[in-house]
Design a binder for this molecule. Structure first.
Ligand SMILES: [Cu+2]
Length: 126
């Protein structure tokens, strides 16, 4: 192999590695911080997905997810948390607080109205 071939091969391998990491790599879990009054708060940025997309809270205490949508893509205009009967419109650039209290430990999905962009709420036993 000459230098160019080696460079192309290495570049391809690096790209494949990146793609595998991007789609299948470990996802960080963001634990909610408990503010005044015991409300578990997390800000979620909506831009090509949810960041963070895995949020850990404790059961039996109020949760406030504040969504901040930083894009105009209509895909993410609504966020739905079906298990809690929540559907909210997210105007671009506005913080939209969504409050509920998870009563039962488990994993719950939040997603756009088309169910294409998703995140997970992990509720730990209180
Ligand atoms: Cu969508």
């Amino acid at each position: 192999m000459d230098t160019a071939q080696i460079a192309v091969t290495a570049g391809g391998a690096a790209l494949i590695g990146f793609i595998l990491w991007f789609f299948f790599g470990p996802r960080g879990v963001t634990a909610a911080r408990e503010g005044d009054g015991g409300v578990q708060e997390v800000e979620v940025v909506v831009q090509g997905g949810y960041t963070p997309d895995r949020i850990e809270v404790r059961e039996g205490r109020p949760v406030r997810l504040t969504f901040l949508r930083k894009e105009s893509n209509p895909c993410t205009e609504q966020v739905v948390i079906g298990d809690f009967g929540i559907a909210r419109t997210l105007p671009e650039g506005e913080r939209v607080p969504v409050e509920f209290t998870p009563r039962k430990a488990g994993e719950y999905t939040f997603h756009c109205s088309m169910n294409m962009v998703r995140g997970t709420l992990v509720v730990r036993p209180g």
